[in-house]
Design a protein around this ligand. Structure first.
Ligand code: ADP
Ligand code: MG
Length: 238
C-alpha cells in the first residue's frame, strides 16, 4: 500500500482515473524496484489513456493474430528497430493495441513517445521553422519507440508530408515506429497527397515491419445496432 501511494505521487497531476493508474501498474508486470522508473516512462510517453494487452478481448477481435501480438509484447522488435503497422477500421482496437505495446516497452526499460499524426506533424513543422529539425530528429532517435496514432485522419500538406517522410527515414533501421491507420496501403497516396513520397515511405516503413490487419465492427458500438459506413461497404463487397 505504501508503495502504491508512492507511485501515485509519481503519476502526480496526470489526471488519470484510479482505474487508469491501476491499469498502468498492473500491465507493467515489473518488480516493485523497477516499477517507479517504468511508471515515469509511462507518464512521459503521453498516452491518451493507459491500455493493457491483458484487457484486449480476442473473442471480439478474432482476426487479431494472437501469437504475433504475444511475440511483439516481448519487445524483440525494438532491438532490431522494426516497425509495427496496425491497419484496421475505426474502433477495432488500433490505439488500444499500440498503447498496450507502448506500455510493455516502458516496462522493458525503453523510452516511448505517443502522439497523433497531427501532433507529430505540428512538432516537426515547429522544429523545421525554427531551424532545429535535424537536432529534433536526432533527439527523437534516442527514443527506441515512437507511436504515431491516427495517420489517416487528415490529408497532409506537402510540407507536412516531407517532414513526416524525414521522420520515417531518420528512424529507418535504427529505431521503431508503431503507426495506426484506418486505410489500406492503397489509400496512403491520398492521405499523403503524393504517390511518389507515399510509396517511398511505405517502402521504408514495411521493409522491416509487422503489418497487422484487423477486421470487424467497432468495439465502441458493440452494444448498439449501429453499423459504420465502412462496414456497410465491406458487407456489400462480400
Ligand atoms: P481504434 O483506435 O481502432 O479506433 P480503439 O483502440 O480506440 O479503436 O478502441 C475503441 C475502444 O474500444 C477503446 O476503449 C478500446 O480500449 C476498446 N476496444 C477496442 N477493441 C477492443 C478489444 N478487442 N478488447 C477490449 N477493448 C477493446
Ligand atoms: Mg484510434
Amino acid at each position: 500500500m505504501q508503495q502504491r501511494s508512492g507511485w501515485h505521487r509519481l503519476l502526480g497531476n496526470r489526471n488519470w482515473s484510479h482505474e487508469q493508474y491501476l491499469a498502468a501498474v498492473l500491465s507493467l508486470e515489473v518488480s516493485s524496484r523497477e516499477a517507479s522508473g517504468s511508471l515515469i516512462r509511462v507518464k512521459g510517453a503521453g498516452f491518451d489513456s493507459v491500455k493493457s494487452l491483458e484487457d484486449f478481448n480476442y473473442d471480439f477481435q478474432s482476426a487479431a493474430p494472437r501469437d504475433v501480438i504475444a511475440h511483439l509484447a516481448t519487445g524483440a522488435y525494438l532491438q532490431e528497430g522494426r516497425n509495427i503497422v496496425l491497419l484496421c477500421p475505426p474502433g477495432t482496437g488500433k490505439t488500444h493495441l499500440a498503447t498496450a505495446l507502448g506500455v510493455k516497452a516502458c516496462g522493458q526499460g525503453h523510452r516511448v513517445l505517443f502522439a497523433s499524426a497531427t501532433t507529430w506533424v505540428t512538432r516537426l513543422t515547429t522544429s523545421y521553422r525554427a531551424g532545429t529539425l535535424t537536432k529534433d530528429l536526432a533527439k527523437l532517435r534516442r527514443y527506441p519507440l515512437l507511436i504515431v496514432d491516427e495517420v489517416g485522419y487528415i490529408p497532409f500538406e506537402t510540407e507536412a508530408v516531407n517532414l513526416f517522410f524525414q521522420l520515417v527515414s531518420s528512424r529507418y533501421e535504427h529505431a521503431s515506429l508503431i503507426l495506426t491507420i484506418d486505410l489500406p496501403f492503397s489509400g496512403w497516396g491520398e492521405v499523403f497527397g503524393n504517390h511518389v513520397v507515399a510509396s517511398a515511405m511505405i517502402d521504408r516503413i514495411v521493409h522491416h515491419a509487422e503489418v497487422i490487419t484487423l477486421k470487424g465492427s467497432s468495439y465502441r458500438l458493440k452494444n448498439t445496432n449501429t453499423t459504420l459506413p465502412s462496414e456497410k461497404q465491406e458487407n456489400k463487397a462480400q
